[in-house]
Design a protein around this ligand. Structure first.
Ligand code: FES
Length: 142
């Protein structure tokens, strides 16, 4: 994996680069220019983790590419713009469950479990994906 200087604001390609390298768990996933705006795409990380990547303009989000309802891929679904949601909402193509790309939270069933998410950094036009973050259980939200 290539380690490049990172931007202070992870999704802002115009931000000044920092001298700090990306944390080692970040893995290059491709070029921002190769991600079609608003079209979810599946990526497989070197550890076999399946990730669904969604681009909107100069921002990119990444969630687990396995729907918690029946374990089908979310990357064949749609990325929706929903009032009140600052990030895209991924809609499962199989039974219509919807999840926040920012938090992985379930916004519409039949799924009941949230999605793991992955931090994304964009450095010099390249997209890097970090380590999986498990969703916060509703009982842990304060
Ligand atoms: S597999 Fe995703 S909603 Fe059923």
């Amino acid at each position: 994996m290539t380690v490049l200087p990172s931007s202070e604001h992870s999704n802002d390609p115009s931000a000044e680069p920092l001298s700090e390298p990306l944390p080692s768990e970040f893995e290059r996933a491709g070029l921002l220019a190769d991600l079609e705006d608003g079209l979810p795409q599946g990526v497989v990380l070197s550890n076999g983790e399946r990730v669904c990547v969604v681009r909107r303009g100069h921002e990119v989000w990444a969630v687990h590419d396995v729907c918690p309802h029946r374990a089908f891929a979310l990357s064949g679904g749609d990325a929706l713009t929903v009032d009140g949601e600052s990030a895209p909402v991924i809609e499962c193509p199989w039974h219509g469950a919807q999840f926040s790309c920012a938090t992985g939270a379930v916004l519409q069933g039949p799924a009941t479990d949230a999605l793991p998410t992955f931090p994304v950094r964009i450095v010099e036009g390249e997209v890097f994906i970090g380590a999986r973050r498990e969703p916060i259980a509703p009982s842990e939200v304060v």
